[in-house]
Design a binder for this molecule. Structure first.
Ligand code: GAR
Length: 191
């Protein structure tokens, strides 16, 4: 079994669903750590509540992104981490981590990529009046939301949806699937 790091910036509902599966012994993982990049994000509180080691890195405390990621890298090496799973981590990953974790960094994004890349994917899909959106689990490369797709799940858009209702329905599906796909990736199983 491997050690994994979850990277989050906000609410951490995906982090929570991964931790829940771990606590129910459903996850093929030895240890989870959380990396956050915002002050007082709720994901950190969830880590505290669930006894998960939690490291906070603020870019503003470093000379540049390079130094910032180098210090994250040191923690990942110290904790013997094999995979990084992004769960609402709202900043780009650079080559510092990508080169050390080749095909071992995975992201979840709330749209059917390649449609609606970026931080406002749910709103953009709604504004575009699509009938179908969803989420994508994909490998991370240097370009935003562009790495090889691992898994996608569709979610219907209803006429009366607003950004909150649609986001919640997408996240419900993310919570059902992300940990299952994490297991498959770790076990080297076909998704
Ligand atoms: C999730 O819906 C995830 O797909 C999205 O942020 C949300 C985080 O929610 N990620 C992105 O938009 C990445 N571009 P959470 O903090 O409650 O897990």
């Amino acid at each position: 079994m491997v050690n994994i790091a979850i990277f989050a910036s906000g609410n951490g509902s995906n982090f929570q669903s991964i931790v829940d599966s771990y606590k129910q012994n459903k996850l093929f993982v030895n240890k989870i750590i959380l990396i956050t990049n915002r002050k007082n994000c709720y994901a950190s509180q969830r880590a505290i509540d669930n006894n998960i080691k939690n490291y906070n890195f603020l870019l503003s405390n470093y000379k540049d992104k390079r130094e910032y990621e180098e210090s994250i890298l040191k923690v990942l090496q110290k904790e013997n981490i094999s995979y990084i799973f992004l769960a609402g981590y709202m900043t780009m990953i650079t080559d510092i981590l990508i080169n050390k974790f080749k095909n071992k960094i995975i992201n979840i994004h709330p749209s059917l990529l390649p449609s609606f890349k970026g931080k406002d994917a749910v709103r953009d899909a709604l504004n575009y009046k699509v009938y179908l959106t969803g989420f994508t689990i994909h490998y991370v490369n240097e370009e935003m939301d562009s790495g090889q797709i691992i898994f996608q799940k569709e979610v219907k858009v209803y006429k009366n949806d607003n950004i909150d209702t649609l986001r919640l329905r997408i996240q419900e599906q993310e919570h059902i699937y992300y940990w299952k796909i994490i297991n498959k990736i770790i076990k080297g199983e076909e998704v």
